[in-house]
Ligand binder design. Structure first.
Ligand code: G4P
Length: 557
């Protein structure tokens, strides 16, 4: 019995050790989650996204000098310059994820292309961020691309911070601009800083969040004055520093802020109901530290994510993640691709077996990449909020879920209806196979969308911008050895169909619209409408055939 007793004690102590170790691992995981912030910067091209990114990285010590972050903008007039496209692709790999440490926070910035032809890429990236910063040019105000992107963020209730940039230039009045942001973007703003003067008279920023003044020393451009703290806005010292007139203006404006705008409330911000606004000048490194300091304090940590069966919490032990971006290798001789996975829960480990749920396939990754501002390197472990790059030989699709074994699929990497449609034809009958493979892989990457007409199996490529057609043609030739040409097609929108396919109503609809019935890449039925009038008429005539402009309508939030 004593041996048995000893064995029992041994078992208990072993259990306790395992329990203690797993508790330790859990608390490590929780610590890592708590210190992570994963976000994207969105703006209309030229508002200052690249400049702001660079300044944030400078604060984090991730880069040493300005100019280190390359803009992934496509220069005007570069539409048919393929070197430019290749350069752009190279840069967009390099800047896909920029990670840095700041005040013990691990910050992951996910790059979003500003060019409207790549909007789809941006929409997908927005499924992987936990919050965004919206950059607005003080002179131009709210521009088209910002409106579109903010709309997507609002649909998903993504917490947003607004940064009004280029205060060193003459621009719109701060309050007019706040009104414009509210009206055009449908946001509820609360200014957390206020500019003192503007353009030539720009003196600095009153930081409402921290209750202090930062002065802008123009003669020493890029050099920022030490913050001067005030407990009382009526402190006569403020008059001395910025002048009596500016001081009284500031007091009036602060009063206005207090009476007109709601008080900042973090919960409302996190729910997407309230958007704090900061003013500054990214180029002059002014107001950027304030933005960053407030950001790390209020921005959300990695968030839970809805799957087809349940909500997955980041703190869960099991690793789960999803693919939001696939990038083909720049070297056409190597066909491997890099799939970007956002980790939703648990710890991702190198050389561990994971399940690619769609294929029910176990996979192991020997060299997962983590991304930093200036390099990417192989990592052993990554945590929720992080992005890992996995080498892929053609297994992955955008939207795929990877798990530690559980069969769940994450929702929400939808396709939006393309804006342009063209038939794609094979230009070299001997290379039909290569063409099919090339189209297949480029579509997996999300370069464009493929539709197949039901009546004759002709293939149609749908894109957001005309530029994609040239990219596809060029890449098919250089990476797959296939040649294609396009034929114009007058389609207004792709509408994903939700209907009872056995109903008489659907059958009648399908018969009448036979010429326009297609399948998307995943076999979902799509109606290719030739005008908005057609959509309107169809909806009236067939009320039970629902038309959606987004592929994941069942999961749309
Ligand atoms: P983007 O990524 O949003 O497209 O914009 P980006 O940062 O490339 O900035 C667009 C232009 O605006 C750049 O000038 C940049 O220097 C300028 N800019 C950014 N922030 C500020 C600011 O706070 N004040 C002022 N006055 N200008 C700012 P560029 O001439 O187009 O390019 P570059 O030759 O200076 O790089």
């Amino acid at each position: 019995p004593s041996v048995r007793r000893e064995f029992f004690h041994f078992q208990v102590s072993q259990k306790n050790t395992i329990f203690a170790v797993s508790k330790f691992i859990m608390s490590e995981l929780i610590k890592e989650i708590e210190r992570r912030k994963t976000f994207g910067i969105i703006s209309h091209p030229d508002a200052g996204k690249t400049t702001l990114t660079e300044k944030l990285l400078l604060f984090g010590g991730a880069i040493q000098e300005a100019g280190a972050v390359k803009s992934n903008k496509i220069k005007k007039g570069a539409t048919s310059d393929f070197m430019e496209i290749e350069r752009q692709r190279g840069i967009s790999v390099a800047t896909s994820v920029l990670a840095f440490e700041y005040k013990n926070h691990k910050i992951n910035i996910l790059d979003t292309p500003g060019h409207k032809d790549f909007a789809e890429d941006t929409y997908r990236t927005l499924t992987a961020v936990d919050s965004v910063i919206v950059v607005i040019d003080v002179a131009k105000g709210v521009e088209e691309q910002t409106e579109k992107l903010v709309k997507v963020c609002r649909m998903r209730n993504i917490p947003m911070l607004v940064f009004i940039n280029k205060l060193d230039r003459e621009g719109k009045d701060a309050f007019d601009l706040l009104d414009e942001v509210e009206q055009k973007l449908g946001l509820t703003v609360v200014p957390l800083s206020l500019p003192i003067g503007m353009g030539g008279d720009f003196q600095g920023i009153y930081n409402i969040w921290e209750n202090n003044i930062q002065l802008f020393l123009e003669e020493k451009k890029q050099k920022v004055g030490e913050a001067i703290k005030f407990d009382d806005i009526n402190d006569p010292k403020i008059d001395e520093i910025i002048g009596a007139k500016a001081a009284s203006n500031l007091r009036e404006e602060l009063e206005l802020v207090q009476s007109v705008y709601p008080e900042f409330n973090r919960e409302d911000y996190l729910n997407g109901d309230l958007q704090p606004v900061f003013f500054g000048s990214a180029l002059n490194n002014f107001g950027v530290r304030e933005l960053l300091d407030a950001f790390i304090e209020i921005a959300p940590k990695p968030q839970p994510k809805e799957s087809d069966t349940r909500l997955v919490e980041p703190e869960e032990k099991q690793f789960t993640g999803f693919i939001f971006k696939i990038h083909a290798n720049m070297d056409p001789k190597h066909r491997d691709r890099l799939a970007f996975v956002k980790i939703v829960s648990g710890t991702f480990k190198r050389n561990e077996n994971y399940l690619l749920v769609r294929e029910n396939k176990k996979m192991k990754f020997s060299s997962p990449n983590a991304f930093f501002a200036d390099k990417k390197e192989v990592v052993d472990e990554s945590f929720p909020g992080d992005i890992v790059g996995l080498h892929d030989t053609g297994n992955f699709r955008i939207g795929d879920t990877l798990t530690g074994g559980e069969k769940i699929s994450f929702k929400g990497v939808p396709s939006f209806s393309p804006e342009h449609f063209r038939y794609i034809n094979n230009d070299d009958p001997l290379k039909a196979k290569q063409l099919a493979k090339g189209i297949d892989q480029l579509m997996d990457e999300g370069v464009a969308q493929l539709f197949t007409l039901e009546m004759n199996n002709r293939k149609i490529i749908g894109t957001v911008g005309a530029l994609q057609y040239e990219v596809i043609q060029y890449r098919l030739e250089h990476e797959y050895g296939a040649k294609c040409n396009y034929e114009p097609l007058s389609i207004h929108k792709a509408c994903w169909i939700e209907a009872d396919e056995k109903s008489e109503e659907f059958k009648e609809f399908a018969r009448l619209k036979q010429r326009f019935m297609a399948k998307d890449k995943y076999g979902q039925p799509v109606f290719l409408a030739d005008s908005s009038f057609t959509i309107h008429m169809t909806q009236e005539k067939f009320p039970n055939v629902k038309l959606h402009f987004i592929s994941e309508f069942k999961n749309a939030q």
